[in-house]
Design a protein around this ligand. Sequence first.
Ligand code: URA
Length: 241
Amino acid sequence: MERLQKVMAHAGIASRRKCEDIILEGRVKVNGQVVRELGIKVHASDRIEVDEVPIYKEEPRYLLLYKPKNYISAVADDKGRPVVTDLIQGIQERIYPIGRLDFDTTGLLLLTNDGDFANKMMHPKHQINKTYIAKLGGIPTPKELRMLEKGVIIDGQKTSKARARLISSNQDNRTAIAQLTIHEGWNHQVKKMFEAIGYPVFKLKRESFAFLGLDDLKPGMWRDLTAFEVDKLSKMADDSQ
Ligand code: URA
């Protein structure tokens, strides 16, 4: 037995929170009866309808995409820009990105139709490491990188401990390539962290998420996660509570 809003979210109707609103609006029937209470549990054999349309439960699906630049991390964009799900053809499930990479950021993005899994992966308390490679306008000193590691204030909040290292630098044009590992996922966090120590980010790529890397994928390519990878990610999140 599972909560009605969870089953609805898994079926791709909307987020769990939005499904609660849909229930409260009286738009959901279970075995022909309108249900307006939150928290009722349903069985796999129960017939659920939203706006008179029967829903079916999708199998959970977990994808790893190499996001190219100039794609929005969303399933639709009101300005008509390309969205990451445009790159995922030939699958039936209604998947959505887990968190966001900026329009101009490239790299590893997970997508799923499993709301619980997505929440687990995004919650900072689970401390999932994300590693980024940034091209910077300027060459940070070791002391400045230590500041990033200890935490800097962005948008009035201090970032938690991070790892930062210089990969290479070009003295002639005053640029550098640096690596930064964080476990929160605030909006534009990496760009803001480098800006906080005085370096604009010219290019940004996420090269890993927990133990996952991009391996042989090229921008725009994706693969399914293996069952082992999904279980390992879940376990990592559970163990870090
Ligand atoms: N931090 C950013 O600034 N941008 C991203 O896309 C991801 C992390």
